[in-house]
Design a protein around this ligand. Structure first.
Ligand code: ADP
Ligand code: ASP
Ligand code: MG
Length: 403
């Protein structure tokens, strides 16, 4: 007998037929004598629809507290419907909201971090031999307010339960049957992986492969929770295992990812003196903006430019933050460009292999795609290009490395 945590994404529970399909997958494991804790996301596009409803009321953006109150409702619908389906099929089940399941978070509404999961209630239900269905993506803070974990956060809810209850298995069911070398819906010839390391998966997820939420991978690595990504449509097909892999992989490049949620900002005509970069990036840090790629031009005639990327959703705040320094730093102007995309390759093997970067740039050159910015780390190379070439860039880079 094992304790199994299973997570089903929004597409897996999008309508009544799919809800019953998921109920049957759960019951299969339960009938074998396992304890089963299930995490579900909101049905289909429910979360997007709720965001749209909020926009109708306040186009300028509602407070994050009220947004969390609204968005958490999506998962309340799906847990109860799934529990009803399991009831209808004749099995004992209890659905729980995040707070009932013991999810305590910090107070960063809309992007809260889980502090701990007090799993007493879940354990209690399991001891009564109930299947437990938990609302993903939500928790409660010290003020007893509902919080949400950020888009795609249900993956993290599942890993948090698996970690806190020391589950034997944590399975993430979605609409593809594993992790591929690129988005299988976009790139013909994308290859499914049997396994991938936490570090590589973390990079892929952070760089835009939304098949797993990056925080969930971070947490899985920290608590050594082995994950399996599999399909709810083909539940018998083996998925991809995400785990600590120590042996050196032969494959240099594991995958290609793209992230459209980027914008570049240029501060033009800065004085070429010490402290300028510090003042700009300190201001951005105070505004809690994550800066990614940074490029500084060579100083000429005592002036220089600094260009950097931020999440597109933060571009307004970032430009305002930099603009507030105009009088003290005396730069010429700030410009921004939202029509850019970041395309990245990821693979632990690239560390000890020269020539990977030039091969990537060659693929882009052959496709006539111009690179605006480049950034590298031990296991990834990212380039910033025009958004309109995003899919073409992913395909040509994928073809170059993966056959
Ligand atoms: P869920 O609703 O189940 O959480 P998501 O839409 O968040 O599902 O994630 C699954 C989607 O991730 C797939 O439909 C696929 O298009 C996309 N995806 C992007 N990159 C990859 C990749 N490298 N491997 C597999 N799927 C990927
Ligand atoms: N329903 C939430 C979202 O759409 C959480 C999730 O799907 O994981 O982002
Ligand atoms: Mg998801």
């Amino acid at each position: 007998m094992s304790l199994i945590v299973k997570k089903f994404g929004g597409s897996s529970v999008a309508n009544a037929e799919k809800v019953f399909n998921v109920a049957n997958i759960i019951i299969e494991d339960y009938k074998k004598g396992n304890d089963v804790v299930v995490v579900v996301s909101a049905q289909g596009d429910t979360t997007d629809d709720l965001i749209e409803k909020a926009r109708e009321i306040n186009p300028d953006g509602a407070s994050k507290r009220e947004m969390d109150m609204l968005l958490s409702a999506g998962e309340q619908i799906s847990i109860s419907l799934l529990a009803m389906a399991i009831e209808k099929l004749g099995y004992p089940v209890t659905s729980l909201l995040g707070w009932q399941a013991g999810f305590l978070t910090d107070s960063h509404y809309s992007i809260a971090r889980i502090k701990r999961v007090d799993s007493e209630r879940i354990k209690n239900e399991i001891s009564k031999k109930h299947i437990v269905i938990v609302a993903g993506f939500q928790g409660i803070n010290k003020y007893d307010d509902i919080t949400t974990l950020g888009r795609g956060g249900s993956d993290t809810s599942a890993v948090a339960i698996a970690a806190s209850m020391k589950a034997d298995l944590c399975q993430i069911y979605t609409d593809v049957d594993g992790v591929y070398s690129a988005d299988p819906r976009k790139v013909k010839g994308a290859i499914k992986m049997d396994e991938i390391s936490y570090d590589e998966m973390l990079e892929l997820a952070t760089l835009g492969a939304q098949v797993l939420n990056n925080r969930s991978v971070e947490m899985a690595k920290k608590y050594n929770v082995e994950l399996e990504v599999r399909s709810s449509l083909e539940p018998t097909v083996r998925g991809t295992i995400v785990k600590e892999i120590t042996k050196m992989e032969k494959t240099l490049i594991k995958g290609v990812a793209k992230d459209n949620n980027v914008a570049s900002i240029s501060v033009v005509g800065l004085q070429d003196t010490p402290g300028v970069a510090f003042k700009i990036f300190n201001k951005l840090a105070q505004a809690k903006i994550n800066v990614d790629i940074i490029l500084q031009s060579v100083g000429r005639d005592g002036t220089k430019d600094i260009t950097f990327t931020v999440p597109q959703s933060d571009v307004k705040t970032a430009v305002e933050a930099v603009d507030s320094l105009k009088d003290s730093l005396k730069f010429q102007k700030v410009t921004f460009d939202e029509s850019v995309t970041k395309v990245s390759i990821v693979g632990a093997g690239m560390e000890s292999n020269p020539g990977i970067a030039s091969k990537m740039f060659e693929a882009l050159f052959d496709a006539g795609i111009n690179i605006h910015m480049i950034s590298t780390s031990e296991i990834k190379i990212s380039v910033l290009i025009d958004e309109k070439y995003a899919d073409a860039a992913v395909s040509c880079v994928h073809d170059k490395f993966i056959d």
